[in-house]
Design a protein around this ligand. Structure first.
Ligand code: SAH
Length: 257
């Protein structure tokens, strides 16, 4: 091999090597920017892990305990519960327990959300009132099952945050109001169903009044920080009211101003 030929081979080798290195660098940069545009590697794997935990929650905590309504099971599997929980407690999102959401309040245990929803027996044509918006999670579950949800929260910060969160998630059939839910929401009454997610000392008469004939009210009744009775109040078609105690529960108190 003469000298000229060796030089040419060397140049070809160096150029190819440089081309490979440049290609690798470009590929690496592209991958990094795609991943970060998707929210980072952590976010992607977290979402997968949460989805798996949610599926497991539905199977083990809800379905296995006797909730059979397909719509409710689907809603519980679809709504990303962890997005309703402050970051510092997010790891507990799919645990079989209530979780603190700030201001001394909690998001209810998944099973209780499903159980109360089933008791309401509300359908696609119903307008439902919730007292105690909290994180907005119960409202999101209901929004997938009924026509319209009106929900009232007494702690302004929680109500505003829940309203923003529900809008961002696309729940446009939920309206949040800041105020005392004891009085109900007469402008939108009567309701096909009413759910109260804080414990009342007695059943608020305005809520019974704002229930449609044939409608149902589900409410924990009992003293503050005691075990309370989850009550089902049914108004029949002739407006006769029937009250039944269903299970013992433990809820944060309904605040009266
Ligand atoms: N349903 C909620 C959890 C409710 S915790 C969720 O899915 O996250 C009970 C909520 O009721 C708390 O946010 C509390 O601030 C609210 N609350 C208490 N008393 C109230 C009242 N009188 N009117 C409206 N909301 C009230």
């Amino acid at each position: 091999m003469n000298r000229k030929c060796m030089n040419t081979s060397f140049i070809i080798f160096i150029t190819s090597f440089a081309a490979i290195v440049i290609t690798l660098v470009i590929l690496l940069m592209f991958n990094k920017s795609t991943i970060s545009a998707m929210g980072g590697v952590d976010r992607v794997t977290d979402e997968d892990a949460f989805a798996r935990q949610r599926k497991q929650m539905v199977e083990e905590q809800i379905s296995r305990r006797g909730i059979i309504d397909k719509g409710i099971l689907e809603a519980m599997e679809a709504v990303p519960r962890h997005l309703f929980i402050p970051e510092e407690n997010r790891a507990y999102s799919y645990y079989d327990q209530p979780v603190p959401i700030g201001f001394g309040q909690t998001i209810s245990q998944p099973y209780i959300v499903a159980f109360m929803t089933e008791l309401l027996n509300a359908g696609k044509e119903d307008v439902v009132l919730e007292v105690g918006t909290g994180s907005g999670y119960q409202a999101a579950i209901l929004a997938r099952l009924v026509k319209q949800v009106y929900t009232i929260e007494i702690v302004e910060e929680l109500g505003k945050e829940a309203s923003k969160r529900l809008k961002e998630m696309g729940y446009d059939n939920v309206e949040v109001k800041i105020g005392d839910g004891y009085k109900g929401w007469s402008e939108h009454a009567p309701f096909g169903a009413i759910i109260v997610t804080a414990a009342a000392e007695h059943i608020p008469q305005p809520l019974i009044d704002q229930l449609k004939p044939g409608g149902r009210l589900v409410i924990p009744v009992g003293g503050v920080y005691e075990v309370q009775d989850l009550m089902l109040i049914a108004k029949d078609v002739s407006s006769k009211v029937i009250k039944e105690s269903v299970i013992p529960v433990r809820f944060v108190p309904l605040i009266r101003k």
